[in-house]
Design a protein around this ligand. Sequence first.
Ligand code: NAD
Length: 304
Amino acid sequence: MTGLLNGKVALVTGAGSGIGRAIVTAMARAGASVVINDIGVSLSGAGGSAGPADEVRTEIEAFGGKAVISRDTVSEWQAAQRMVQTALDAFGRLDIVVNNAGILRDAFFHKMEPQDWLDVINVHLNGSFFVSRAAAEVFRAQNGGAFVHMTSTSGLIGNLGQANYSAAKMGIIGLSKTIALDMQRYGVRSNCIAPFAWGRMTGNIPTSTPDQLARVENLKQITPEKNAPLAVYLASDAGSEVNGQIFAVRKNEIMLMGQSRPLRAIHSSEEWTPESVRDRAIPALRPSFYPLDRSQDVFAWDPF
Ligand SMILES: NC(=O)c1ccc[n+]([C@@H]2O[C@H](COP(=O)([O-])OP(=O)(O)OC[C@H]3O[C@@H](n4cnc5c(N)ncnc54)[C@H](O)[C@@H]3O)[C@@H](O)[C@H]2O)c1
């Protein structure tokens, strides 16, 4: 295999299905030796199966790629260290980490169980920390490495019933930015992608009318594979100037997402009081208030 990742070693978490599978396969096609990490759980994180990771390895080996499997969970520190060791044992180095593993436990906030909060934070946010932190030792020692983390517009913009997931995905934004700042001195980069893909995370849209059916047929064109080219680019030396950024990918659209900066400010020569905040500050700031948008309100145009 030859391409932008020739000679590199990539670890992709949650690479047994969906977007992770598409990315790990594209990385192998681009010349990387890959570690396929997956524990083969359901959307909610239940069960566990070797099947998905095995299938991906078979697919990669069929086109001549090099792949090994890691069946460690991202949500434990020791397991994350074993994951990195798997790359070192198999290929002698590690250049790329894609934090992609994920589960969902949606519920309206007023009904969300503490365990659903803890489990989602544990896989997405703590998992991204554990795996990144384990790899950071290697990246620092070799003076180079690239992180690509999957975030979501559910966090960046908002969504109903996903307080746990949105909080985790916004946490990943902060994690990535700080890694970018802290490890820039070692030639290490860290970027985020908010992907879009038809799959089990998005596949519960109603199909009871012909219009809904037609829309779902269109949505199926937003395949997980659409997210892979940007991930490969960001992980490669071609992307060496790109650090601390947030992208979104929706079918054939690639978007650079904003990072929070002050929109308006009001200064007072006197101390603020609650009353003067009410009477002067809020009226001055209100024109820039955001509506209570959900992701689908902002992405109001279809990409097909
Ligand atoms: N599909 C979308 O439209 C979409 C949108 C925004 C963000 N994302 C994010 O992209 C990533 C991939 O999403 P997807 O749609 O491909 O999901 P998916 O459910 O198809 O795949 C997730 C994979 O992660 C694995 N996994 C779960 N917990 C794990 C753990 N503890 N350790 C190792 N592996 C584990 C699962 O076995 C599964 O193979 C997720 O982080 C998700 O939040 C997806």
